[in-house]
Design a binder for this molecule. Structure first.
Ligand code: HPA
Length: 266
């Protein structure tokens, strides 16, 4: 069914963040979109309704290249969401961003290859070119940064996320190239999630958790288990940071995400 409730805030939980019990009075809702159905959990936090969407499915069964990003973002838009806080696990190319650190991403480099990456496919939608000068919502990032300081968590304010197609990890040669291009972090999911959110006129901010140094920088081979272990060790801080952010987000949007050039009007 399609929800009529106005749920303004959403959390997209990445690797290691599957548990919606941070919210109270949770209900399940299936939202039909032109791109497929999406199962959401909706609950309350401090009196505010919040949608929770585990990006890889509740049991981490959907790999990055098979996630239905368009359905996910469209489902959030359809239920009235205006602001999305997403978590991602990332490898680091930047020696200053160490395993266990949080990074509030402000730019991305797109190295994905085979993903449906836009809502604007011509026809009735027309030919649309969305502005991406500021891909991540500055207002939500500022709230994340403030919440991190209040909680006493170190969060790097700004970082460039390189998105690869996956699901394999990178070669050291790729990582060297990404570093010369200005990348700080590498992951497999932020694009097209961030681009679709902006096309849909939603505010979108990402808090990335560094789980490892990237291939060739790390002294050992990379494993998904290592990523999960570091996420688990820092899950509590990540949860506190996301919840602290939800309470700090102003009711009225002071940013331009909903009315930037080429964004669907909310
Ligand atoms: N590469 C890509 N994705 C990742 C990594 C990595 O090193 N660590 C966590 N997600």
């Amino acid at each position: 069914m399609n929800s009529k409730a106005q749920v303004r805030l959403a959390i997209i939980g990445g690797t290691g963040v599957y548990d919606p019990r941070i919210l109270a009075d949770i209900r399940e809702e299936s939202v039909s979109t032109p791109y497929g159905d999406v199962n959401l959990r909706i609950g309350t936090y401090e009196g505010e309704e919040v949608a929770f969407l585990p990006r890889h499915g509740a049991k981490h069964s959907v790999p990055p290249h098979l996630i239905n990003y368009r359905a996910n973002i469209m489902a959030l838009k359809q239920i009235g969401v205006e602001r999305v806080i997403a978590t991602t696990a990332v490898g680091s190319l930047n020696k200053a961003m160490k395993p266990g650190d949080f990074v509030l991403v402000d730019q991305f480099l797109d190295f994905t290859k085979n993903r449906a990456a836009t809502f604007f496919e011509g026809g009735e939608m027309g030919v649309v070119h969305t502005d991406f000068t500021e891909p991540y919502c500055p207002e939500c990032r500022a709230v994340l940064s403030r919440a991190a300081k209040e909680i006493g968590i170190t969060a790097h304010d700004g970082g460039c996320y390189v998105c690869t197609e996956g699901p394999r990890f990178e070669t050291p040669a790729e990582i060297r190239m990404f570093a010369t291009f200005g990348g700080d972090l590498v992951g497999m999911t932020n694009v097209p999630e961030v681009t679709l959110a902006r096309e849909a006129g939603l505010c979108y901010a990402t808090v990335s958790m560094v789980t490892n140094f990237a291939a060739g920088i790390s002294p050992q081979a990379l494993t998904h288990e290592e990523v999960l272990e570091v996420m688990a060790e820092n899950a509590e801080n990540l949860k506190r940071l996301v919840m602290g952010t939800l309470t700090g987000i102003p009711r009225e949007r002071g940013c331009t995400c909903g009315r930037s050039a080429g964004a669907m009007k909310v």
